[in-house]
Write a protein that binds this ligand. Sequence first.
Ligand SMILES: [Zn+2]
Ligand SMILES: [Zn+2]
Length: 502
Amino acid sequence: MPVFSKVLTRDHNKTHAVFTFTVTGDAQEILIKGDYRPRIIEDPSLNQQLILPAFHRYIESQKGSFFTDDNIPHYEKYAVERFTPIRNLIDYTIVDPEGRMRARGSGSFFETKQITEEVASIGCIRGRLPAGEWQLIVEAHAVATPEVSVTIEVEVNNSITPGLEATQKRIKERTRVASLEQTKNQSKESRWYKGDLHVHSYHSDGTNSLDELICYFREQGYDFFMLSDHNFYAGSQDDLRGDFNEVVVLPGVEMSTFYGHALAANWPRDLPWFHLRQDDDFRELISTIHEAGGLFGVAHPYTIGDPICTGCRWDYTNLEWGMIDFLEVWNGSWLERKIEVIQALKKWEELVNSGHRIVATSGSDMHNANREKGVAATFIKADSCTAKGLFDGLRKGRVFVSQGPNIGFYLSSVATGERCSVGDELRVPQDSKAIAEISLDVTAQVELVQDGWPRYSATFDACQGKLEFTDEVTKDTWYYLRAFDRENNLLGFTNPIYVMVE
Ligand SMILES: [Zn+2]
Ligand SMILES: [Zn+2]
């Protein structure tokens, strides 16, 4: 039996090793069983030593932002308690001789995986087992202890082992999704649709099947969600065909690498990343995604990084930011992650000020179906609640992000009478007036931001209908709106309306 066995040291951090094994023409099944030890750091003082620098890097961003907090020692203690113990993290990927990914040991590293012609490993495609040299790629995401001993056994069999758990999950899912498809009923209306652009299923490290996610989002009153399992297009071609009854499932992938995570939207295929170096500019990868009609976004750029969430913070040094389509400004819960939301919002303002029309989005990054408080939905204005309609709306920036209120924001030109909504471009004569029209369905503090600077703020009363503010336009500019509650918690924000002087 082929066995990969290696002792990894800290020098192996963020590297991968390739191990090959042979599959003969009469093979019926491949079983993969992985283990590594130790899994965590036991020593409390070593945990603290590793956690504090990552934590300090994380909170550095709050300086000078509209959110400040002097209670750092309290947070330090909380961080050490929350993030102890630090884990070692090893994943693997199995690639067949035709270059297709056939199994992934992420989240389920310690489960036995089975691949046959009829049965795929969760998250991968099924199909025949081509004879030849197969690759096992072992990814060292985090070696936090001085040494980690990794063993992965690969068993190639001429018969099929019955009753493995992963197989049962997959059979259940395929049957249920097929029945949902028969009753599809998409909305053809042009309006705002509520959704989530970052969701994991059990095809990567989430706990829910696609079917469970669809039921969950329907109950929550969502119109759509995008699957974003790690590196693989979840569910494979069999399970996901686009639009289902009441809740639209959008195809996507979250590329999780050694130096950051990115979302490929409208991308119904796997996304290999092993070729990326830390100084990659991403031009080639983003062009490939664009050519196929997809969109590229950076996910949770300022989240806590190594060694707490290894590879999660954006640490690529050379990204061509102007090529990205969207930035996930709000990931997870505001209550837990306001520091990184604010920093991402600042980064996004800087990018828009440099002339890049990048769309600001949110994503729950949900790994199991329950609503965390403080999570924001992404609202997209689309001609229809279909993959095409929603991705078109996203591409045009017809998007607002909110953890509650519906946010209405319009801008009109006094001179021409033209009225624009979020994502649009308003053309006005030099030195003419523009009227901003603001409406919400809750009482909130609203702030109209011009070129990244607060321009006008007021208390909006839910009974008031709408609020207007008139501004003199002297140059090309852009405005967006954000709303806060009484405790200065961000309730939501829109994307810009761009104003071009003629
Ligand atoms: Zn991520
Ligand atoms: Zn994620």
